[in-house]
Design a protein around this ligand. Structure first.
Ligand code: NAI
Ligand SMILES: N/C(=C\C=C\C(=O)O)C(=O)O
Length: 490
């Protein structure tokens, strides 16, 4: 396994098709966001490479889909063990490729990537199907589930290995074969994972990874007639494009998209818990998490106290080089993305907002070699109207807005007043209120008095423009399998 952090020349990735690493004729550049320099060449795959990968996946399907759940489970567990055994190399690579802190990659991304395989290795052993009796007709009905075929998996750059394995693991556990396309900006850990597949016992062709851009490799996969199912995580705009492109083939789609997630803080909230958790929910992973809080509604009676304590805590949330063990936040993914996120701070000011800390208020303290990196301070804004762009659009960076509210009915209506519906947090000691509010919020996931505690057995996904369908436990089982009803007259 190469140590990416020690790489002195450009790393050159290869596609992984039919169990073989294959060079490409063209490449795109991938940057190290902490210095703003190219360090990796990623295959710029096109239809030809995608066709070859789909062919390999199609050929591998009959044998893999006939294996027992126990056999597939064994392979998935082995792969999880191998990722764990190489956890440090993976974490170093993820941090360099994505800009996130090494601590975050070590404690979140990579352990959870291994766990994705472990979780679906176990869950595939415990699924059951339905059976009903119709004695008056002398028959019984039951259902069977079979894998769908070649799954097309498209993943983004914010949790490169974690979100890719969140798709690969259930797909192959259920007996599908896959063609995956990671983000062209963060492809390294997917390539490293391919190096472990053979040793884990994944037969050639079961997992194929084609690297490249969305418009070329991504669209070739989406519009391939032999790929009946697409699981996608990324932006709403891309999801709309995928929906259009796959429409002629009536593909099965699962879409996990953006968010504009509210935190609602009632006046009886435990601020000692709420403030550090809301700082973390706003700025974790540089705010590059679909579930990050970006609108904080605080009840009027505690608004001033909350704001003062929240800004104080945000100022202590340290932006630093990814290897700095004391840093809470590393670099953003790209120069363009940094420009976009900073642009929202300017927009907020033109819309009457006041920047209380972060961008434009304090300056960054970074080593000389990192001054060309894509860093930004955690930024808190207040004084913006609900209709302002910062309160409506997904920023996907370390920028959050804090605004006051009067009462329960009003805040529910205001929290729901966006096109997204992914996650929300509610802070209150009143159990009745928590239940009422959680039920009325238009969000796929509501955390009360906490944030982002996950049980992978439960549904994950959003409503409105935040997604189509759910994944996790039973939902992944249903998405990655076809159901058939069989009737027997006895
Ligand atoms: N999980 C989430 O909610 C994420 C949301 N975003 C949002 O999206 C914005 C743009 O980020 P991008 O990286 O450009 O996201 P994106 O949606 O363009 O990219 C996600 C994946 O889709 C692929 N892709 C792009 N166009 C495609 C197409 N036409 N057909 C098939 N695949 C395609 C990309 O190559 C990548 O693998 C971010 O600023 C953020 O607001 C980005 C990443 C993750
Ligand atoms: N899907 C995303 C995050 C998932 C986090 C988790 O499972 O804990 C995203 O940011 O796209």
């Amino acid at each position: 396994m190469p140590n990416i952090a020690d790489q002195r020349t450009h790393l050159i990735l290869e596609n992984y098709i039919g169990g073989k690493f294959l060079p490409c004729t063209k490449y795109v550049d991938a940057y190290d966001p902490s210095v703003g320099e190219v360090y990796c060449k990623v295959p710029d795959s096109d239809k030809e490479e995608v066709d070859a990968a789909v062919k390999a996946a199609k050929e591998a399907f009959p044998a893999w889909s006939c294996k027992s759940p126990q056999e597939r489970s064994y392979v998935l567990n082995k792969l999880a063990d191998l990722i764990d055994a190489h956890r440090e190399e993976f974490a170093q690579a993820e941090s360099k490729d994505q800009g996130k802190t090494l601590t975050y990659a070590r404690t979140v991304d990579i352990p959870r990537s291994a766990y994705n395989f472990r979780f679906f290795a176990s869950s595939i052993l415990h699924h059951t199907t339905e059976c009903t009796q119709m004695d008056h007709m002398g028959c019984m009905h039951y259902t069977v589930r079979t894998p769908v075929g070649v799954a097309g998996l498209i993943s983004p750059w914010n949790f490169p290995l974690y979100l890719l394995t969140w798709k690969i693991a259930p797909a192959i556990a259920m007996g599908n074969t896959v063609v995956a396309k990671p983000s062209e900006m963060t492809s390294v850990t997917a390539w490293m994972m391919c190096k472990l597949l053979d040793e884990a016992g994944v037969p050639a062709g079961v997992v194929n990874v084609v690297f490249g851009t969305g418009p070329k490799a991504g669209e070739a996969l989406v519009s391939h007639p032999d790929v009946p199912l697409i699981s996608f995580t990324g932006s709403t705009a891309t999801a709309q494009r995928i929906t259009q492109q796959s429409a002629p083939y009536c593909k099965r789609l699962s879409m996990e998209l953006g968010g504009k997630n509210p935190a609602i803080v009632f006046d009886d909230a435990n601020l000692d818990e709420c403030i550090p958790t809301t700082v973390s929910s706003s700025f974790s992973n540089q705010g590059e998490v679909c579930l990050c809080t970006s609108r904080i509604f605080v009840q009027k009676g505690i608004f001033n106290e909350f704001l003062q304590r929240f800004v104080e805590a945000a100022r202590k949330w340290k932006t630093g080089v990814p290897s700095d063990a004391t840093a809470n936040m590393g670099a953003l993914i790209s120069k363009e993305h940094l420009g976009k996120v900073k642009g929202y701070v300017t927009i907020a000011q033109t819309e009457g907002g006041k920047v209380l800390c972060g961008e434009g208020v304090s300056s960054l303290d970074l080593p000389v070699k990192n001054q060309t990196g894509y860093f930004m301070l955690p930024t808190v804004i207040t004084g913006v109207a609900d209709e302002s762009r910062c309160m409506q659009e997904e920023i996907f960076g370390p920028v959050t807005c804090v605004v006051p509210f009067e009462n329960e009915e009003e805040v529910i209506q205001r929290a729901n007043n966006v096109k997204y519906g992914l996650g929300a947090t509610v802070w209150s000691r009143d159990v009745g209120r928590v239940h009422r509010v959680a039920k009325k919020l238009q969000a796929g996931m509501v955390w009360t008095n906490c944030w982002l505690i996950r049980d992978l057995i439960l549904p994950f996904g959003g409503m409105k423009f935040s997604g189509v369908g759910r994944e996790g436990g039973k939902d992944s089982f249903e998405f990655f399998t076809e159901v058939k009803t069989i009737t027997i007259k006895h």
